[in-house]
Structures are given as structure tokens and as C-alpha cells.
Design a protein around this ligand. Structure first.
Ligand code: AMP
Length: 398
């Protein structure tokens, strides 16, 4: 079956068409600047050149229509007609406590996702626009929603509660949810496969390090803790997000800089992280270049980032009473050779030993620890689209 995987944002839409039998990506691409002047479709068939087409996309429905047209197009298309799309898998961001698993999208499900909208006001409504547009253009094609938060619904209460009045959880469900769940699930499952060990018996720490970053403790096949919270702002120092910070520090800054709550949130989400610390860039390639030239601004941002990741790994080894495997994934985790080495240099007490030669790898599944290391360490590319396609097929063929 061919599964169209859609990741719909407010003004952009990423897609992949995946053959679920071979797990090959037949075509992929994105629509940019939907609803804005200058929109374009970037389309790449598996065995062809990347094409960029400028075309008006006033709405997401028009954008998805252009994607379908490209997929069935005589010249660069990869299928003959729409009927060759057996199902659509949608990435949905926040499922709150309503969704602990991927789910077939029905009107009741859409209503339940809408109930979670105020937990992710930027993402959930945009995701649902994508769902509605696909329903309009592909009536009768089954659709599945795969939530970023769902994998972490197994976290115990002691891990998901904040130390604030319990009534806020009771009244508003204010708690830690975690994100990147599809990635953490894919990587932790894949590592069990590669290790040839039962998923249900492994203690794995997944470090999803990208522009947004989170660490997850997966014990016996279940997420037992993760570093992001009610929103993706908590936890690690990220590209532009602060991660953990004393709210009192921000009250102090707000008074000094005369910022209101929106101003504070803007600083924490967009001006902080390694960008804020370095004043150079949120992109790790720029920071690595700066660090190579001994630029103190680049060095301090990378050191603070690495130290925070190492602290979370330590915390999660404690939470699981040990760790068998540590995995690095996403843009920085898969490509940041120095970053991986620097993080692992804190982990000698766990018996982690990195093999420098093996660690000299980018974007490839590889063990990067030495044979004597007490904990196996992997570079392991994530594949959220494939995870969504698998979950979609599993549900629609049930
Ligand atoms: P993601 O959010 O997973 O797409 O990751 C984006 C981040 O990965 C950016 O900060 C990039 O700088 C980083 N990244 C991508 N390629 C490399 C590379 N070759 N070396 C270091 N960082 C990289």
C-alpha cells in the first residue's frame, strides 16, 4: 500500500509518499508559504531531480491538490492515479491525555484533537487544516493521526507532574507531556532490532538533538521520562529555545527590560538557546566553525549545550536504574561528531567509551562506542515519516 505522510504547519506542508511493502520513499517534498505571496512546491521523485514550482497556494487544499498533481503527473509522477494512495498518515503534535497511540481519524477524533488545541495553539489547528484538506480531496481514503506526545503517555505521574499546585493539573491538565515521541519510539525500537534484543527488556536513552532537542528514557519499551514538558520549551538548551530556566530569572529580566509575558515567551522561544548564548547562530554548523577558531562565544554555547545533554543522560540512567544503550539522532545527533564525543566524555562513570574512528560518521546507523564500553552508543538516523507510515498501515489494515 502507498501511504501519503503529511506534516502540516500553518504556512508549510511536508509530504512523503511511502510504499509500505518495500518501505521505499517514492517521492517527497514540501509546500512553502501557503497563504502567503510567493508560495512554491518543492517536489522530488525517488529517481529524479528536485523540482521547484512557483504556484499560488491560497489555502492548504490548493497546496495538497498541487502535491497530488505532481504525484500523478505524466512526466515526474510516481503513481498513475489518486486511487494508488491507500491511506494518509498525519503528524499531529499534541494529543494531550486523550491519545496514547496513533488513531484512525474520525469526527470524534478531530473533536478530541480540538480539545487539545489550547495546549498547542500554533500546531494543532494547522495540523487539522491539513486533515480537513485531505478529507476534501481524498474522500473515502482512510486517515491516521500520529501524535508527537502519544509515546510519552506511559510516563508515570511522578515524572509528569510539575511541583506546582495539583489543582492546575486537575483543572487544566497542566503537566509534562513531552514531544518527538514518534522519533524516540522509532529509534528505541530500531536499536532493539539492531541489538537483537527484546524491546521490552532494554533500557535505552535516546538523544534527539536537532533544532528542537529532547532526551527520552525508554525502559522495557515504554517512555518513562522525557525532557520536554507541557510545551517543547522545557529541558535541553536548543537552537533558539532556552530549555530549563528558573522562572524567577525571567521575572527579574522582565522587570529590567520592561517585558510583558509575550515578550518573555518570545525571548525564551526565539532568542535563547545556543543562538542566545553565542550571539552567532542557532545552527550547529556555524557554532562548530566558530569553536574551531576558538571563538569563546561559540565554545560557551556548545559547552553549555553538551553539559545539559550529559546531565539529562545521568538523570535518566538514575531514573531507569541503569542504561544499556544511548542513541544519538536528528540533525545534530546524527551529524555532530564533536558534539557526540563531547557529551560522551562526561559519561565515563557509566562505563561509556567512545571509539573515535567509529564516531567519525554522519547520518548512518553505526555503533560508535568501543567494544569494551559498558554501555553501547549508537549514531542512529531517525525516520519519523516511516514510523508514521507503519502506524498508518497497521491501523488501516486491522
Ligand atoms: P533538525 O532539527 O533535526 O533538522 O536538525 C537541525 C540541526 O542539525 C541544525 O542545527 C544543523 O546545524 C544541524 N546539522 C545538520 N547537519 C550538520 C552537520 N553536518 N554537522 C553539525 N550539525 C549539523
Amino acid at each position: 500500500m502507498n501511504v501519503l505522510v503529511i506534516n502540516c504547519g500553518s504556512s508549510s506542508l511536508k509530504f512523503q509518499l511511502i510504499n509500505s511493502e518495500t518501505e521505499d520513499v517514492l517521492a517527497k517534498g514540501l509546500c512553502e508559504r501557503i497563504g502567503i505571496e510567493g508560495s512554491q512546491l518543492v517536489y522530488q521523485p525517488a529517481d529524479g531531480e528536485k523540482e521547484k514550482t512557483q504556484a499560488p497556494m491560497p489555502t492548504h487544499t490548493q497546496a495538497i491538490q498541487l502535491v497530488i498533481d505532481a504525484l500523478v503527473n505524466d512526466k515526474t509522477g510516481v503513481i498513475k492515479s489518486l486511487s494508488e494512495i491507500g491511506a494518509v498518515g498525519h503528524r499531529l503534535v499534541h494529543g494531550g491525555e486523550e491519545f496514547a497511540n496513533p488513531t484512525v481519524i474520525t469526527e470524534e477524533v478531530i473533536a478530541a484533537v480540538e480539545r487539545c488545541n489550547d495546549l498547542a495553539p500554533l500546531h494543532n489547528p494547522a495540523n487539522l487544516i491539513g486533515v480537513r484538506a485531505c478529507q476534501e480531496l481524498m474522500p473515502g481514503v482512510p486517515m491516521v493521526g500520529v501524535f508527537d506526545t502519544a509515546f510519552h503517555q506511559t510516563m508515570p505521574e511522578k515524572a509528569f507532574l510539575y511541583g506546582i499546585p495539583y489543582e492546575y493539573y486537575e483543572k487544566y491538565k497542566v503537566r509534562r507531556y513531552g514531544f518527538h515521541g514518534t522519533s524516540h519510539m522509532y529509534v528505541s525500537r530500531r536499536v532493539a532490532e539492531l541489538e537483537g534484543r527484546p524491546y521490552e527488556e532494554l533500557k535505552t536513552i535516546v538523544c534527539h538533538l536537532g533544532n528542537g532537542s529532547s532526551v527520552c528514557a525508554v525502559k522495557n519499551g515504554k517512555s518513562v521520562d522525557t525532557s520536554m514538558g507541557l510545551t517543547p520549551l522545557e529541558g535541553l538548551i536548543m537552537g533558539t529555545r532556552s530549555g530549563d530556566v528558573d522562572p524567577g530569572a525571567m521575572e527579574f529580566v522582565a522587570k529590567k527590560e520592561n517585558l510583558d509575558l509575550n515578550g518573555v515567551m518570545n525571548v525564551l522561544n526565539k532568542k535563547s538557546g545556543v543562538l542566545g548564548l553565542s550571539g552567532i547562530s542557532s545552527d550547529f554548523r556555524d557554532l562548530e566553525d566558530a569553536a574551531e577558531k576558538n571563538d569563546p562565544a561559540g565554545l560557551r554555547a556548545l559547552e553549555a549545550f553538551n553539559y545539559r545533554v550529559a546531565k539529562y543522560i545521568g538523570a535518566y540512567a538514575a531514573a531507569m536504574n541503569g542504561v544499556d544503550v544511548i542513541c544519538f539522532t536528528a540533525g545534530v545527533g546524527e551529524n555532530g561528531i564533536d558534539t557526540r564525543e563531547a557529551i560522551c566524555s562526561y559519561l565515563g562513570y557509566l562505563g561509556v567509551e567512545i571509539d573515535k574512528e567509529a564516531n567519525n560518521v554522519r547520518g548512518k546507523e553505526q555503533v560508535i562506542s568501543s567494544p569494551g564500553s559498558k554501555v553501547k552508543v549508537y549514531c542512529l538516523p531517525t525516520n519519523e515519516e516511516l514510523a508514521i507510515a507503519r502506524a498508518t498501515v497497521e491501523l488501516v489494515t486491522k
